[in-house]
Design a protein around this ligand. Structure first.
Ligand SMILES: Cc1cc2nc3c(=O)[nH]c(=O)nc-3n(C[C@H](O)[C@H](O)[C@H](O)COP(=O)(O)O)c2cc1C
Length: 443
């Protein structure tokens, strides 16, 4: 094993995304071969403790750390980011992701709710993929455009946090878009986008949104053909979410810039005859190559992001986990249900769409948490569709608060136990993914 020899440290408080040339406050040199070596704590505005660990099998002489970001103080939760320009090109010239380096740290280390031991700082090289490079992102993470709940503040926060924030344009409600679009457009100067349900929108909706210059438009659930041309002609990237192989082939034929392969674990709507994320994603990756593919469905922590990368995806698109963030437009009852929910309580069904009178195509059932109406009508969908009184009883019950509204949620809901800010979550997901990849095969 060879070891890092030098490291430059910078203050988190003086770091700015928009000023990548972060001020170097000092340099530490260490001969350390283990993760336990520590230097004395410095001021809170600089790194308190740093000790590089090993990089397997390489001797990185002449190693230069171009950028080193330590998160402490107000950035508590996100720990560190390390980019090794030049060295990476030498060591992993063809890697689609870059193996992380783990560092130990002190003050402010640890990521709430994500299982990092207190005091252990996961500092890592950025996970660089075709997706991050395409959009110039720091992390291979996209916010799912959850209709209604992925509002402007959440999308902007994810983009500011280094991921790709996608506004949940849903069925194109003009009032909602008029309110939320300016929030994301003015809330970030990093790439952001808007997502729609293809079956529910018309071309005018897409054209109005394109006037706001989103970097990307994502389409899901339905025929995207009428919208693909105008989106690309406007200079926006076309992201297509696919739920089966037929949709995946169509996405390739339409020249999608990014394809999202959604497995059936995902929260919200998805394929009636789909497959789980684990077997679905690699098939789409192979089919779509070289188009970058994001994995979606059942990813709620950094280990899931790491798994997505291991499957050949260029990143992860995450929905349910972001419902429990400070910026999500989720009713507190929904957040509470997600924080308390269990995967085995979730179920894919069309019953609640039928009951609420939604015109969602039956081809796309939705995964929700348990609901009394599911127990009552499971397997009797046609009967419910024909029973106007039952549907009215449901709608009146929800309006009165006697019945809960549907809570769309992922099978991975057990992993959601806290409510961080979205930017902290993005950073924590990335750090944990990097750590998971570093540890893979070592247990
Ligand atoms: C509350 C909720 C609303 C959603 N709404 C949309 C939507 O409007 N458009 C869309 O493309 N996908 C939507 N999705 C699906 C996501 O795009 C994504 O496939 C899914 O959330 C991934 O699974 P996960 O929830 O396990 O992360 C929604 C998901 C959730 C949980």
């Amino acid at each position: 094993m060879q070891h890092l020899r030098s490291i430059h440290t910078v203050s988190a408080s003086r770091y700015s995304d928009r000023s990548p040339d972060a001020t170097v406050l000092g340099a530490e040199h260490t001969e350390s071969s283990t993760a336990s070596t520590r230097t004395p704590a410095q001021s809170t505005s600089s790194i308190s403790t740093i000790a590089p660990t090993s990089i397997t099998g390489r001797k990185p002489d002449g190693l230069e750390f171009d950028e080193f970001l330590i998160m402490n103080g107000k950035y508590r939760g996100y720990v560190a980011k390390l980019m090794l320009r030049g060295l990476l090109a030498r060591i992993w010239p063809r890697a689609s992701w870059r193996p992380p380096v783990r560092l130990l740290g002190g003050r402010g280390a640890g990521v709430a709710g994500l299982g990092f031991p207190a005091g252990v700082m996961m500092a890592a090289m950025a996970l660089c993929t075709a997706f991050t490079e395409f959009f110039s992102l720091r992390h291979p993470i996209a916010l799912a455009p959850m209709g209604g709940s992925a509002g402007g503040a959440l999308a902007a926060a994810v983009s500011n946090g280094g991921g790709l924030g996608l506004l949940g344009g849903g069925n194109g409600d003009p009032g909602w878009l008029a309110r939320e679009l300016p929030i994301v457009a003015e809330g970030t100067d990093r790439p952001w986008g808007v997502g729609f349900q293809s079956w529910a929108i018309d071309l005018g909706t897409v054209e109005r949104v394109l006037e706001q210059n989103p970097r990307a438009v994502m389409l899901s659930f339905g025929d995207p053909r009428a919208f693909a041309g105008p989106i690309r002609q406007a200079g926006a990237a076309l992201i297509l979410q696919v739920t089966d192989l037929e949709e995946a082939r169509q996405a390739v034929d339409l020249g999608a810039d990014v394809i999202v392969a959604q497995g059936t674990e995902g929260g919200g709507h998805g394929a009636r005859r789909g497959r789980s994320t684990l077997p679905f994603v690699p098939v789409v990756v192979d089919l779509a190559a070289p188009t970058p593919v994001l994995a979606a469905g059942g990813i709620a922590d950094g280990r899931g992001v790491a798994a997505a990368l291991a499957l050949g995806a260029a990143g992860a698109l995450i929905g349910t986990r972001f419902q429990a963030t400070a910026e999500a437009l989720a009713d507190p009852s929904v957040t509470k249900a997600i924080l308390e929910g269990r995967g085995e309580d979730t179920e894919r069904s069309t019953v609640l769409d039928i009951a609420r009178g939604s015109p969602w195509p039956s081809k796309y059932p939705a995964r929700t948490l348990g609901h009394p109406f599911l127990d009552q009508w499971r397997g009797r969908e046609a009967e419910l569709a024909a029973d106007a009184d039952a549907r009215r009883a449901y709608q009146d019950g929800v309006a009165r608060g006697d019945l809960p509204a549907p809570v769309w949620a992922s099978e991975a809901v057990d992993l959601i136990n806290d409510m961080p800010s979205a930017a902290d979550l993005v950073a924590a997901l990335a750090a944990q993914a990097e750590d998971a990849l570093a540890r893979a095969g070592t247990r």
